[in-house]
Design a protein around this ligand. Structure first.
Ligand code: F0G
Length: 462
């Protein structure tokens, strides 16, 4: 059923019409080398398709909504549901785990505390492997298989590798994972193992892993699936389509995302711009990027170099997903900030821990890297960049279960030890809920219950 008399016949993938376009000099090519950089000016490539512009926005909205009621494999995917604005594979046989279709939650407690009454969280951690990476991986894995690759590979802080390993397994490909030894969570590492990846823990950081991967693809027949691969960006941009659909196509004032290698912010920005060009929305939200203080390459790039050259850092943060000092997609991210008028901020480890606990207390939870969004919003609110009457959407990128060590250390009071941190961290105690070990008797449980009742709720949830 279409709400207008114009129709969109987009359910059949058409013949290839997309091209690779350089984000620097704009040159167009039909194929790309494995580093996905322009041979002329070495800027990153993106995917463009002139057929996207001729789509009818009213018909698209109704087609996409209608598909939510259908059971075909492509329609069940919250990414391929938007296939009219994706590069079209040769067949409908895509590699999918029914990714996307993630919830948009209200955050009532944080709304009350901050005064931002229309505050939402789009929870990408509710994807099949627990992070936003699945949105991009379904597209990139599909094109990798179509190109006939036996092996796919990535460098990762954990989530990309988990996602890639899963999609490779589904697509009948083998996967090679390069991760920094000791610097990714066990839970992400264990996913890669279970999905059958060849997993190499390298004695370096993420940036070292990515450097090595880009060297490897020049010597071995493996297909690289990091976010410099523009097919990843295509899949991830559908987050923006789905979010706007959930908001009945009324753009929020702000979208706030964590920044690591900067693929996700680039992808969401691309999706927003395409929606504006097509008339799916009438104005752009401001897209702001938040980094951890210890991994603040983009913040410094903007402050110290006016966004003109990358300032790299030696990254260190407990939010290991964004422990990245040399972000590959920084140029794309700078453009998104400029065109949407967004801000770029950094938050401390304590601010991240507090925000993560607050998101947990909403009954939602997320991994530490995702919590930079709430911490960042509070900072932007104090600066007056975000106003209480505005609509704000935080992008939660990873599931709470992605980093149980962080959560356990926090609640047991084991993190933020050391003189100054302890003092500053005292306010965190209100969020800590350590487990108690007691005798297995009715008395002991009742006594504990009474004690808890006396001390009242540990955070204001009433
Ligand atoms: N949040 C989470 C949970 C992540 O895993 C990542 C990146 C980001 C945010 C940052 O996104 O890189 O697109 O700016 N994780 C990558 C990985 C690097 O290997 O899993 P970005």
């Amino acid at each position: 059923m279409h709400s207008s008399n114009t129709s969109e016949k987009g359910s059949q993938p058409s013949q290839v019409s997309f091209r690779f376009r350089c984000i620097g000099c704009g040159s167009i090519a039909v194929s790309a080398a494995q580093d996905f950089r322009c041979p002329e000016c070495s800027s990153l490539l993106e995917i463009a398709d002139s057929s996207w512009n001729s789509r009818n926005p009213v018909a698209l909205k109704s087609l996409w909504r209608e598909r939510r009621t259908l059971n075909a494999s492509l329609d069940l995917s919250g990414v391929w549901r938007f296939r009219e604005l994706l590069p079209a594979p040769e067949s409908e046989d895509v590699v999918t785990l029914r990714e996307g279709n993630t919830p948009l939650y209200e955050l009532p407690q944080s709304s009350r505390k901050t005064g931002v009454s229309r505050l939402y969280a789009k929870h990408q951690g509710m994807n099949p492997t627990g992070s936003f990476k699945d949105g991009g991986m379904t597209v990139a894995a599909t094109f990798a298989r179509q190109a006939g690759y036996r092996w796919v590979a990535c460098a990762s802080t954990g989530n990309t590798s988990a996602s890639m390993a899963a999609y490779a397994a589904r697509g009948g490909m083998r996967s090679l994972v390069l991760v920094p030894e000791g610097k990714i969570s066990w839970s992400k590492l264990s996913q890669a193992l279970d999905y059958g990846a060849l997993t190499c823990q390298l004695r370096t950081d993420f940036d070292g892993c990515l450097r090595l991967l880009l060297e490897l693809v020049r010597h071995a027949s493996v297909y690289q699936l990091n976010s410099i691969n523009p097919f990843r960006i295509e899949g991830q941009k559908t987050l923006a389509f789905e979010l706007l659909e959930q908001l009945d196509w009324q753009p929020p004032d702000h979208i706030i995302v964590p920044g690591g290698n900067l693929g996700n912010s680039s992808a969401i920005g691309k999706g927003l711009l395409e929606m504006l060009d097509l008339g799916l929305i009438q104005r752009l939200p401001k897209l702001s990027i938040i980094q951890a203080e210890g991994a603040n390459a983009l913040v410094r790039t903007l402050r110290e170099a006016g966004g003109k050259r990358l300032v790299t850092v030696q990254a260190e943060t407990r939010a290991t997903a964004i422990r990245i000092g040399n972000p590959a997609s920084w140029e794309k991210a700078v453009r998104v900030l400029q065109v949407t008028g967004g801000s770029c901020e950094q938050v401390s480890e304590l601010e991240i821990a507090e925000a993560k606990a607050e998101i947990g207390a909403e009954g939602i939870g997320c991994e530490p890297a995702s919590a930079v969004t709430l911490a960042g919003m509070k900072k932007l609110l104090r600066q007056g960049f975000v106003k209480p009457e505005e609509t704000v959407v935080l992008i939660l990128t990873g599931n709470l279960l992605k980093d149980p060590d962080y959560t356990m250390e926090f609640h047991r009071g084991e993190s933020f030890q050391g003189a100054t941190q302890e003092q500053e961290g005292a306010r965190l105690n209100q969020f800590r809920h350590p487990p108690v070990v007691i005798d297995a008797t009715l008395d002991a449980v009742i006594k504990t219950l009474k004690q808890a009742e006396k001390s009242g709720p540990t955070h204001s949830n009433v």
